[in-house]
Design a protein around this ligand. Structure first.
Ligand code: FEO
Ligand code: CA
Ligand code: CA
Ligand code: CA
Length: 591
């Protein structure tokens, strides 16, 4: 249930300074508290393991605890269909793992049990949360508490289900996949389900033999030092299990209200390195999903369902993402744009280009988008739809240091900066304000960077707080736009980002070009995940990878990487965590 509140003409808080401190800072009058950290019990009945600060929790304990590296997140009021702002569920992603932090002895004595612990530290958490008096708590135990991991069975839907390229020895019908992984950003539907999006899944697969064209296009390589699952679990060795990678790179729908429900991978929404899935309704109530493919020179996509949403028919709504049309965006130099359909048999998408069916086309979505001539973008991350302006959509393009380099795509009107280290935020308005339209007009909301810089290439176009590498992006219920940054830990407060401090969260009212800094994170982290309660009086965000890079949290030679957040204990480990933020006077966030 989306609540409509009036859009304010300006922001009510004072912008805070940049920070290099190892803490979360928010404006005066606000309180921010770590709330659900890696290793905290998720809340399963009779299974509430305590976090061990030395990394010695077992594989089974990890399956009952928060995973690592919290990312996208959504709020669901309890009960289903209501809008209680004080009691609900949070569904959130655990994007990836860090073997150096996960185990007492790091990667020594590598074996299948270590792989399984890593698989249990990735995936999704569903937690029940409640505000009692002034204080938010995680309800433990809870009948809703759930961990979904890299081994949770899920069903395939849509045109690629049962396709030959989806079949494995373990799943000869090509319809049941074990798990989801590299879950980055997210979406949520009007019928109360959570969408989790598989991003850098190709990092985990290893193929020693030469890759085929499809594997190459998605970046499967012959080595992996970070995860090392392929060494002990043949599912992640492409030489052993050739079709397993085709079963990742999808958007997964989860019903958080039913912990027994089977998650579903919707192949109709295409296969790429999915950042998120921003959902809205077309003028005729068909469901529209906007999706970015986060890699340099990749595309922006849109899915339009075949059937219409009827709020009184939740069971029918569960099938809406199984059937529809996938489009990819072309941004023209004159500010117009079009959505190009990725439909088998149209625009050269047939056997002459290697597609024998719609199912095959979807498994090879990137190759199909190449054929129709979509616009190569500067790493599309989150997309947000303005709740106060139908068909008005924003997308963060986080950065692209290769733009304009020799042998790479040149600058164009939509990606206008060579060596785009600061990124920008795009905006487009669909024709007739209808999200199902196939034409749109676009402009650039803001260029990241430093507005006071004498260097034209470094100039940001914002007034107020400067920033770069925008990633998380979401409107609150009032129509304020919130932006989270993910400056790579190798450049936080260094190089082009010198003086810009730790990663941060900002707010703007569209149309004002005024930006205020609302939050700064601890050292080494990115800020991600945005969930407001329906009354806009509580905000949940996630702090991901505090202390990156480096496993030595006390290395004095690398002070900007040192983090003991959130526990403040040199003997513990930095822990990704959800943070709950309220105004001390109980007021509306941002007012
Ligand atoms: Fe997982 Fe593109 O960020
Ligand atoms: Ca991201
Ligand atoms: Ca990012
Ligand atoms: Ca990340």
């Amino acid at each position: 249930v989306e609540t409509a509140m009036a859009r304010p003409s300006s922001l009510g808080f004072t912008s805070i300074a940049v920070s290099t401190d190892d803490t979360v800072r928010v404006p005066e009058g606000y309180v921010a508290r770590p709330f659900y950290r890696w290793g905290d019990a998720v809340g399963l009945k009779g299974n509430l393991p305590e976090f061990k600060t030395d990394g010695s929790n077992t594989t089974d304990e990890q399956a009952a605890q928060a995973g690592m590296h919290h990312d996208g997140m959504a709020w669901f009021s309890l009960p289903l269909g209501g809008d209680d702002p004080h009691h609900g569920l949070l569904a959130m992603n655990h994007e990836y793992i860090d073997n150096g932090l996960l185990f007492k002895d790091g990667v020594a004595n590598w074996n299948l049990d270590k792989v399984r612990k890593g698989q249990n530290a990735m995936g999704i958490s569903v937690i029940e949360v409640k505000k009692q008096g002034d204080s938010w708590t995680v309800v433990r135990p809870s009948e809703f508490a759930r961990r979904i991991t890299v081994n949770t069975p899920m069903k395939l839907t849509g045109p690629a289900k049962n396709h030959a390229l989806m079949k494995t020895d373990a799943d000869p019908q090509g319809e049941t996949v074990l798990g989801t992984m590299q879950n980055c950003a997210n979406g949520h539907t009007p019928w109360g389900t959570y969408l989790t999006c598989e991003e850098n899944w190709s990092d985990i697969f290893v193929k020693k033999a030469a890759p085929n064209a499809l594997e190459k296009r998605y970046g499967i390589s012959d080595s992996d030092e970070s995860y090392r699952w392929s060494e002990a679990d043949a599912r992640f060795s492409v030489d052993a299990t050739p079709n397993e990678p085709n079963r990742f790179g999808w958007v997964v729908e989860i019903d958080p209200y039913n912990p027994q429900s089977t998650p579903r991978k919707h192949t109709a929404l295409g296969r790429f390195k999915h950042e998120g899935a921003a959902i809205t309704l077309a003028a005729d109530n068909r469901v529209v999903a906007y999706m970015g493919d986060d890699q340099k020179f990749e595309y922006i996509y849109k899915f339009v369902s075949a059937n219409q949403y009827d709020a009184s028919q939740r069971d029918a709504a569960m099938d809406l993402l199984s059937e529809g049309t996938l489009y990819v965006a072309k941004f023209n130099e004159d500010g117009s744009g079009s959505w190009l359909p990725l439909v088998y048999g149209q625009n050269g998408l047939d056997a002459s280009n290697g597609f024998a069916s719609q199912g095959e086309l979807l498994i090879k979505t990137r190759l199909a988008a190449d054929v129709v001539g979509a616009t190569k973008m500067d790493r599309p991350e989150w997309i947000a739809v303005d709740p106060h302006a139908a068909g008005s959509v924003y997308c963060t393009l986080t950065n692209n240091s290769d733009r304009g380099k020799e042998g790479k795509a040149p600058v164009d009107a939509a990606n206008p900066r060579a060596n785009n280290v600061y990124g920008h935020i795009m905006h487009w308005t669909e024709e007739n304000s209808d999200p199902a339209a196939t034409a749109f007009k676009w402009d650039i909301l803001v260029m990241g960077g430093k507005p006071d810089s004498a260097d034209e290439k470094a100039k940001g176009s914002m007034k107020g707080a400067e920033f770069g590498s925008p990633d998380g992006l979401s409107f609150d219920h009032r129509g304020v736009l919130w932006i989270q940054t993910d400056v790579s830990s190798s450049t936080i407060n260094k190089k082009a980002y010198e003086g810009m401090g730790n990663n941060q969260m900002l707010a703007t009212v569209p149309g004002t070009n005024e930006y205020r800094r609302f939050l700064t994170g601890p050292r080494g982290c990115e800020i991600t995940g945005i969930a407001f309660t329906p009354d806009n009086r509580t905000l949940f965000i996630n702090i991901q990878h505090p202390g990156e890079p480096g496993d030595d949290i006390s290395d004095p030679a690398n002070p900007t990487a040192v983090s003991t957040w959130p526990d403040g204990d040199k003997n513990s480990r930095p822990r990704s965590s959800t943070v709950v933020i309220v105004k001390a006077d109980g007021g509306i966030i941002g007012s």
